[in-house]
Ligand binder design. Structure first.
Ligand code: 4AZ
Length: 257
């Protein structure tokens, strides 16, 4: 009996110590700043997520493969760039590796109404110099209004900074953020337009896209519903991330695919 009690005490103490020394760091790793508040992800799981890089290989934005040779990204990522100065990197989780494919860009189409991200139309299509053998992500269509319901938990992905003004992530990161209502987003941002943008984020902040994630995907229901566009800082309470709304641009984008 004394021996059983002793064993019980030992096992309780050991598991308490284990939870402090082993489980707590794992839990901390989950809340450490990645995207902001994200975790590592693999391009094998999300084969359509790509990043844009300079000719020297420096990552500056994200994008989504929507056809074997077409990438949807943000207009503000590529406006003023030449195709010759732009690369698309596919299948590379770790920016310091040489995994995957680096494609050249042969054409950059920017939405003709684009001026600045906060004015909307922040969408562009890149044409690649090759077909990439990979799954593509379908675009949300004008019929897909249900995908934009407030509260839907959307996926964000990117290699951008892990805090506002911080350094970029070496690895692909992901997180989920709830879509916010139009009224919530309009309260945060006077520039918000529900015809060209959609917002996502927790009321308390903590999880968000950030600098360098721009152009990358906002995904719900197996479709591309947004492209990372702008926001006040990153992951701040009361200031959700703002994404270009893909469904209204379905026709103009599809005409480029
Ligand atoms: C950016 O500068 C950026 N928190 C992207 C996303 C957000 C803010 C800024 C949203 O690329």
């Amino acid at each position: 009996m004394a021996k059983t009690l002793h064993r019980l005490i030992v096992s309780v103490v050991v598991s308490a110590l284990a939870s402090i020394f082993f489980i707590a760091p794992a839990a901390n790793a989950d809340v450490s700043p990645m995207i902001v508040g994200g975790t590592r992800a693999s391009t094998s799981t999300y084969p359509w997520v790509v990043y844009l890089a300079s000719t020297s290989g420096s990552q500056f934005c994200g994008g989504t493969l929507t056809k074997a040779n077409k990438v949807v990204t943000a207009a503000h990522c590529v406006k003023g760039r030449t195709p010759a100065s732009t690369r698309v990197v596919h299948g590379r989780d770790d920016k310091q590796s040489t995994a995957g494919t680096v494609a050249n860009v042969t054409k950059i189409w920017v939405h003709p109404s684009y001026t600045t991200a906060t004015a909307g139309y922040d969408v562009a299509v890149l044409t690649l110099d090759r077909n990439i053998s990979s799954a593509t992500l379908p675009l949300a269509t004008p019929q897909d209004t249900a995908l934009y319901t407030a509260g839907n938990s959307a996926l964000i992905l990117g290699w951008g900074t892990t805090s506002s003004g911080g350094s970029a992530s070496r690895y692909l990161l992901k997180a989920n953020v709830p879509l916010t209502s139009d009224s919530t987003c309009k309260t945060a941002y006077s520039q918000y337009s529900n015809t060209s943008m959609v917002c996502a984020g927790f009321p308390q902040g903590g999880v968000d896209t950030c600098q360098g994630d721009s152009g990358g995907p906002l995904v719900f229901g197996g479709k591309l519903i947004g492209d990372t566009s702008w926001g006040r800082g990153c992951a701040a309470a009361g200031y959700p991330g703002v994404y270009g709304r893909i469904a209204p641009y379905y026709s103009v984008i599809t005409a480029q695919l």
